[in-house]
Unconditional design. Sequence first.
Lengths: 331, 288, 417
Amino acid sequence: MSVETETRERTRAGSSLPAWSGERLRFAIFAAVLLLAPVWLPLIGSYTDLGTRVLVYALAAMGLNLLLGFTGGLSFGHAAYFGLGAYGTGLMLRYVGPNMWLAVAAGVLLGGFAATLVGPVVMRRRGIYFAMITIAIGQMFYFIAVRWNNFTGGEDGLTGFQREPLALPGGSVTLTGPHFYYFVLFFFAVGVFLLWRVLNSPLGHAMVGARENSRRLEFLGIRVERLTWISFAISGFVTALAGSMNALLNNFTSPLDLYWQLSGYFVIICVLGGMRNFWGPFVGAAIYVIMQDYASTMTKNWLSVIGVMFMLVVLFFPRGLLGVLARRRSG
Amino acid sequence: MELLLFDAFNGLIVGFFYALMALGLSLILGLNSVINFAHGGFMALGGYLAFTLVPIIGFWGALILAPFAAAALGILAERGLIRPLYGRDPLYSLLLTFGLALILEDITRTVWGAQGLPFAIPNFLNHPLNNVYFFVTGYRVFVVIVTAIATAGLFAVLRFTRLGICIRAGNADLETVASLGVNIYFLRGANFALGILLAGLAGILAAGQLGLTPTMGSSLIMPSFVAIIVGGAGSLIGSLLGGLIIGVAAGITTAYFPSASEVVIYLIMAFVLMVRPRGLLGQEGLFE
Amino acid sequence: MDIFTRNLGRRTVLGSAAAAAAGAMIYPARGTFAASETPVRIGMIDPLTGTYAALGSSEVLGAKVALNEVNKAGGILGRPVELLVEDSAADPGTAVQKARKLVNSEKVNFLMGAVSSAEALSLSQAAEELKTFYLDTGGHTDLVTGTQCRWTTFRTCSTTWMLTAGNFQTLFDKFGKDWYFITPDYAFGHSLEQDYSEQLRKAGGKVLGNALAPLGTTDFSSYLIQARAAKPSVLIILTAGDDLVNSLKQATQFGLDKEMAISGALQELEVLQALPPAARLGWWTFEWWWDQPNQPHVADFVTAYKAASGGKVPSARSWFGFASLHAIALAANKAKTLDTMSMVKAMEGLELPPEVALQPNNPFYRAADHQLIANEFPGYVISNGTYPNLFHVADIVPESKIGKSAAEAGCKMTYPS
């Protein structure tokens, strides 16, 4: 990748609201589409929960992409933090009390701190080795969820909790249908804003620098290991937030939410949409969720459909959809 | 105390199987720089191919032929799918084999059915050798012996054949090997095939003990990953050692704290990584 | 390779050659439907991939045979019936997702399905939330119609208590009072183990130990070592599906069958098929068996199923799917509306006619806990048997004699006001 295109893409990645008015207009349209989803989704024969699931997967993948696409850390174990977020929320609702804010906070903190603790073990590694270690550590959390039966519900998953009315200053709101969609959209916006701020800060630029040329950064006195750690932790917090939303979406969570296959799906979502692009994982999530939803209804060989998608993306669209589009636009 | 001994011994036997899987993975990780997620899929394929071959050429024929059949399919996958990805971000080969694993599972289910299949083994292997060490069945001894032979064979190939020497040299410095006129595309293909050969063999051995199901691959691959990390990436002996260590550790844990028997291998891994980040016998800075 | 197109047709109403002799007698004869009639939609969620794929596929095929009969006989309220099958991949989370999709997007009227207890529990919770009728076909844990019973949920397969009570006395009398359990570490296994232990203690026996194996365990050797060290007279293996295949196979390879009796609760045709002859042994319970020479209509179902499956004999799972779909049609026709509450009321106490029950003692859905009260088929595995003659039914035990009452099972049914 030439330096020139790199800089351009980095600008695109870093700022979703640049001065250019066309870009601003596009963002406004995008926001409107998201805000009106509960209105137009049923009109095209779909359903609101599908839109909610796109948001959940998009947030998880965008969180992962801070590490994967912008810092260059090949994490193949992010389902663990997603799942821990889900369990944190579920356990809080089940054992402590019906407070939604606390429940979300518990999920985010559980998943986020787990990632923060894992960081030092993996931060010195890069490339394939990083991938192997993250996947194996993820599996450790998976087995804890499976075997700590009387607390987590084990293999059967955690039941016995559900979305509670949301306490707001003006009263409480029941979270069904579109209400829940907007609840998730709110947290999606919070997570995305956080990522955007990080990427536009000096810290974010340093992360991209670490991806491109870690040695040069070391010469400048910046410790790449620590950068990887910070990126891993933030990414874990955001992914955990997505996991928390997922638990509330299903009113259920099971160890499969921590399983390594889900980690793989998150990675392909990032690549599919374009992992050098800030909104790439969102596009990837939309395509993946809709395709999986459709394929698994049409054929029981849907695993092959997903598998072939993996291969096509890797072999023919390694830059992802937004990557291809961006390149075409710049000529 | 006797129970502990039993569990340790039993774990060692299980460890041999992990080691066989880990060796193949490790081989491919070395020269091809690919984490082969599809290893489990090829393993299942080896078992299923043997199942189809047994009625025609018998158990022993299938034991020899099926791994080669799996390896042949492995070569096709390497040529058609993995070769274009050499030299690119390792992320891509990882995702590709991940997708391939899903497809292989689906193919085995579509061709041979979701229903589990029994895999018959020669009758004389079907019994315990000794009444006290009842868990040492003829078949498990057979698995250990075949693994040992395959391992010895692999090391002999790497040590004494031209191909093996090229593979080892390629592991150390692929560019130099290429500049010396060795066809590295051929070399990588052969190396991948060798890895899949071991996977196919593992598949048959597993089938004899567990029977065949389309999902058998995905459940058996993870311990082999851990074996490689514990043993150290880049070291075949390390992978072998890693497999045996986690087998024994899991076995011993079962005696005292059964519900931790899966988690313990990951704890060992985390411990090794903290004390010695490159693994027991790994080389520093490899694959990074 | 046509792996992508092969199953595309499975959502359409089955027009295959499955015989409908039985159906014609229960429903008013009506061959075709007017094009304007909107179909009644039944959503079926079962694992078609993953560990339980074989069991899930049997349930789906059984349901399709019933679907064909129902449609030939006039459908539901004169409308054709459509079966929408979704793959849960043995993941309860996915099962919930699919349930929401089926109800919210596909507008199905009823839900059915589940192989594992985990799927059944999560689907039961989701169905209540969606205020949709749900019939659990094959998730066994006591909880579904016990302490976690719900007004929208019914169940066709038996409870784990019934499974254990079906052959407890036989095992106890025949093999002795010192038992050791190998239990899968999830709801189904836990309830089986508790149910056996309760009866064993009452009868004066002793539980020597219980090894918990997680779902998907491939190597059972360490559990078997613990089991043998305890020197029990009976080794009870409670695993299911592929795990049961693996554990039985290894237990016989270790020669444990020569030192103790190996038996268990639930046995399935799919499992026996996957076992090598040497590992086919023990006393077990089936929930339905295809070979009942004295029971009318059973042979018709076997013929119809064979035609639809390409020669396979129906298993208990096939019967779950078959009976469940018929039960939904019967109840809906009785309720004369598709409304959930009326449907639930029509289902409560519904007795399956002989063409659907395919077993003696008039099975019915008990109103108090929504559990089907049918029969258990305890017996033993025929050594050196050939498919499909792998099991000898020693006795047909009515569940009304061995089952717990709804109160004993802990079910307090509450309805929305």
